[in-house]
Write a protein that binds this ligand. Structure first.
Ligand code: ZN
Length: 60
C-alpha cells in the first residue's frame, strides 16, 4: 500500500524587491560631461546610491 504523497504546491520563492533605480544591478550609469557646454563624453558606471550597490530595494 503506497503512501500517497502530498503534492508540493508550486510557489515562487520570495525574491527581494529589486531596486527601482538600478533594477537590481547595484550600479547606475551616469553621463560624464565636460567643458562649459556640458558636452557628454560618455557614461560611467557608478554605485547606486538608492540601494548602495546591493541591488535590493530598501523596504524601510
Ligand atoms: Zn540600486
Amino acid at each position: 500500500m503506497a503512501a500517497r504523497q502530498t503534492p508540493v504546491p508550486v510557489t515562487a520563492a520570495p525574491e527581494p524587491a529589486k531596486c527601482p533605480t538600478c533594477k537590481g544591478s547595484g550600479e547606475v550609469s551616469r553621463t560624464v560631461r565636460v567643458g562649459r557646454k556640458r558636452r557628454a563624453v560618455g557614461e560611467q558606471a557608478g554605485l547606486c546610491l538608492t540601494c548602495l550597490g546591493s541591488g535590493e530595494a530598501l523596504t524601510d
